[in-house]
Design a protein around this ligand. Structure first.
Ligand code: SDX
Length: 430
């Protein structure tokens, strides 16, 4: 294979170096393209564009491979299941934490789990039916108002403190927004509980009765957070990088990530999937009609939870979540008709030429909502749970970019297709 690409344009021939990644993937380095040719590249949706080099997550979409710092995601799902907090440390700091590192980090998560009282008080002024993702994004930015010392992170000690605050308090914010929406009193975090158990406690305990946390529910939530922890340059992570590239603080960058994740084409899809399955269950739609509508170019309907920009094979996370749904339902003795409908829909799609031709498979959102529902998380909190899981990935990419020598602000070009030179016309002449 060649080390350079040759471009011939306007009678000029230039060579563009090819960069090769750790797994042999290759990319044409066009950093000199405009200087040498006056031309830019055109790539809507950045389908063909690598915007950075990163050592955090590797995905092979053709083979359905997903690795965190080189470790296949499947290895985080076997018993005894690693804890989400270990994966947080691995993604952000690049190594599996030692016993000592994990204890220090866990203690910091505990000491930073309480919301500032001013932040807590804001909930009283938010409508009870406000979208939880709007609350989460706004509250992450509110943290910037009360933790001014964290706006400029100039040393590793302070960075660890702000990371611990975000990772710990994102749960408290999420749980308080749920309690507010139900008109229930806030349940403060319990310093004796592990990460996921504490979130479930804040969501479902009452002042006079602690929520009984079953191990399989705690494990299922731990699995969900781990599987959502990072996914290289997805829309929300690239958003965090773009905001962070302007040297914006970590609160503002993650708040922007929450906003991007909210979209139904991205993290909001897990809500759309369950709402689609519920419509089918109530008889308003049939699985066969879903497939027909999804194929119909004149119909805006898309089969939520299907398709992916990178996976042209099964999303490995979907496979794991599908098995987890079955397992948790069996252990808890529940049956969920939506799971049976999901299985039927998947079977129809995987045998339909429209989906086969386009290599559309179930993605992480197709089963995550069903598992969240199985463990009692309400539908409007699904994408918030996705955000809790993805927060370490956003932080890891923000940190990796900030540590890059000579990092530049992300500012792409465009192809202008508007008016050519025009003149202002005074009102009396219009
Ligand atoms: C996540 O990027 C990430 O890594 C995201 C994520 C992460 O962990 O961060 O994995 C999480 O966001 C998963 C995706 C969740 N979204 C959905 O499930 C929404 C439904 N899916 C689609 O909207 C779509 O598949 C996307 C948004 C996921 C991907 O969009 P692309 O890469 O721009 O693909 P495309 O729109 O160009 O589709 C290619 C073709 C088109 O048909 P043609 O024009 O070639 O005829 O496939 C069709 C699309 O119409 N298609 C679908 C479809 N997804 C793609 N048709 C029907 N139903 C679908 N779900």
């Amino acid at each position: 294979m060649t080390d350079n690409a040759v471009l011939m344009v306007d009678g000029q021939t230039i060579e563009l170096p090819i960069v090769e990644g750790a797994e042999g993937e290759r990319s044409i380095d066009i950093t000199a393209l405009r200087a040498q040719t006056g031309l830019t590249s055109y790539d809507p949706g950045l389908v063909n564009t690598s915007i950075c080099k990163s050592a955090i997550t590797y995905i092979d979409g053709d083979k359905g491979v997903l690795r965190y710092r080189g470790i296949p995601v499947e290895q985080f799902t076997v018993q005894p299941q690693p804890n989400f907090v270990e994966v947080v440390w691995l993604l952000i700091f690049g190594n599996l934490p030692s016993r000592e590192e994990l204890k220090i980090f866990r203690d910091m998560l505990t000491s930073h789990e309480l919301l500032h009282e001013d932040v807590k008080d804001q909930f009283q002024h938010i409508p009870a039916d406000a979208p939880p993702m709007a609350i989460l994004s706004a509250t992450l930015n509110h943290l910037a108002c009360v933790y001014r010392k964290y706006l400029v992170v100039d040393d590793p000690e302070r960075l660890l403190e702000v990371i611990a605050s975000l990772i710990s308090q994102v749960r408290t914010i999420a749980a308080f927004s749920y309690r507010r929406s139900k008109g229930l009193p806030f349940i403060y975090p319990n310093p004796n509980l592990r990460y996921c158990a504490n979130f479930l406690h804040m969501m479902f305990s009452s002042p006079y009765q602690q929520y009984i946390i079953s191990p399989e529910v705690e494990d299922a939530l731990n699995l969900i957070f781990i599987l959502h922890a990072d996914h290289e340059q997805n829309c929300s992570t690239t958003t965090v990088r773009a905001v962070g590239s302007a040297r914006a603080n970590l609160f503002a960058s993650c708040a922007a990530g929450v906003s991007a994740l909210w979209g139904p084409l991205h993290g909001g899809a897990n809500v759309e999937v369950v709402e689609m399955l519920e419509r089918i269950h109530k008889g308003g739609l049939s699985p066969a009609q879903c497939i027909r509508d999804a194929r119909d170019k004149n119909n805006p309907f898309r089969l939520s939870g299907f398709g992916h920009r990178i996976y042209r094979n099964f999303d490995p996370r979907a496979k794991i979540l599908k098995q987890a749904c079955d397992r948790v339902l069996q252990i808890t003795g529940q049956r969920d008709p939506l799971l049976d409908i999901a299985f039927e829909l998947e079977e129809l799609a995987l045998n339909d030429d429209y989906f086969i031709e386009r290599k559309l498979y179930p993605n992480v959102d197709f089963y995550s909502g069903i598992l969240l529902r199985t463990i009692g998380i309400p539908t409007n909190m699904f994408t918030v749970c996705f955000a809790i899981g993805r927060l370490p990935g956003w932080i890891a990419h923000w940190k990796e970019q900030n540590e890059e020598q000579g990092g530049r602000i992300i500012r792409p070009r465009q192809v202008y297709v508007g008016n050519n030179l025009s003149s202002y016309v005074p009102m009396e002449d219009r």
